[in-house]
Write a protein that binds this ligand. Structure first.
Ligand code: AMP
Length: 190
C-alpha cells in the first residue's frame, strides 16, 4: 500500500505520517525533510535550495522528482511508502502517478488534512520553539500557506477524480485524527 498525505504546512502531516508508519509498517518519505537534510549537510543541492525554502516557495519539480524517484525504484520500499509533502502541484501528482506505474505500483489513498490558517499560525509558532526551523516565522508561515493553497486545488481534483481522496478534519486532536486515518486505511485494506 502507498499513501499520499497532504495539507498546509503545519497541518500535522509529519505527526500523522509517523503514526501511520508505526501502525502499518510503512516508510515515510518527506520531501521537506530530505531537502532540509541537504541544507544541513551543506551539499551542493542544499546551497542551491536554502534560500527558496526559507522564503516559503517551492523548489523545482525536477529536484523533488529526482529525490522521490530514488525511493520508488528501491525494492526495499515497494508498496510501503507514505508520501508526506509530495505532490504539491499537478505536475508532481502526474509525475508520481507515472513513476509508480512504471514500477508496478499505485497510490491506494490520498489523505487531505484540512486546517484553517489561524490554527496553522498557532501550531507553527509552537513548533518554532520546539524544532527551531528557520523557515517557521509567521510571515513565512503565511507565505507557505498561500503557496500551498495556490497549487493544491488541481492535486485535490486529481485524486478526487481517481476516487482516492479522503478529507480529514485536521482541526481535531492528534489522537482523533489518527483514529480517523486508521479507519480509512483499514477500510482500503478490506
Ligand atoms: P515541508 O516540511 O513539507 O513543509 O517542506 C518544507 C519546504 O520544502 C517547503 O516549504 C518547500 O520549500 C520545500 N518542499 C517540500 N516538499 C516539496 C515539494 N513536493 N515540491 C516543492 N518544494 C517542496
Amino acid at each position: 500500500m502507498n499513501i499520499v498525505i497532504f495539507g498546509p504546512p503545519g497541518a500535522g502531516k509529519g505527526t500523522q505520517s509517523n503514526f501511520i508508519v508505526q501502525k502499518f509498517n510503512l516508510y515515510q518519505l518527506s520531501t521537506g525533510e530530505l531537502l532540509r537534510k541537504e541544507i544541513n549537510n551543506k551539499t551542493q543541492l542544499g546551497k542551491q535550495i536554502s534560500s527558496i525554502i526559507n522564503t516559503g516557495n517551492l523548489v523545482s519539480d525536477e529536484i523533488v522528482g529526482n529525490l522521490i524517484e530514488k525511493f520508488i525504484t528501491n525494492k526495499e520500499y515497494k508498496n510501503r511508502l507514505i508520501f508526506d509533502g509530495y505532490p504539491r502541484n499537478l505536475p508532481q501528482a502526474r509525475y508520481l502517478d507515472t513513476l509508480l506505474k512504471r514500477n508496478n505500483q499505485k497510490i491506494d489513498i490520498a489523505l487531505k488534512l484540512s486546517v484553517s490558517l489561524e490554527t496553522i499560525k498557532k501550531r507553527i509558532f509552537e513548533r518554532k520553539n520546539l524544532e527551531k526551523r528557520a523557515d517557521d516565522n509567521e510571515k513565512i508561515a503565511i507565505k507557505r500557506y498561500e503557496t500551498y493553497e495556490n497549487n493544491i486545488e488541481p492535486v485535490i481534483n486529481f485524486y478526487k477524480q481517481s476516487d482516492l481522496l479522503q478529507v480529514v478534519n485536521g482541526e481535531a486532536s492528534i489522537s482523533e485524527i489518527s483514529d480517523e486515518i486508521s479507519g480509512l486505511i483499514e477500510g482500503i485494506k478490506g
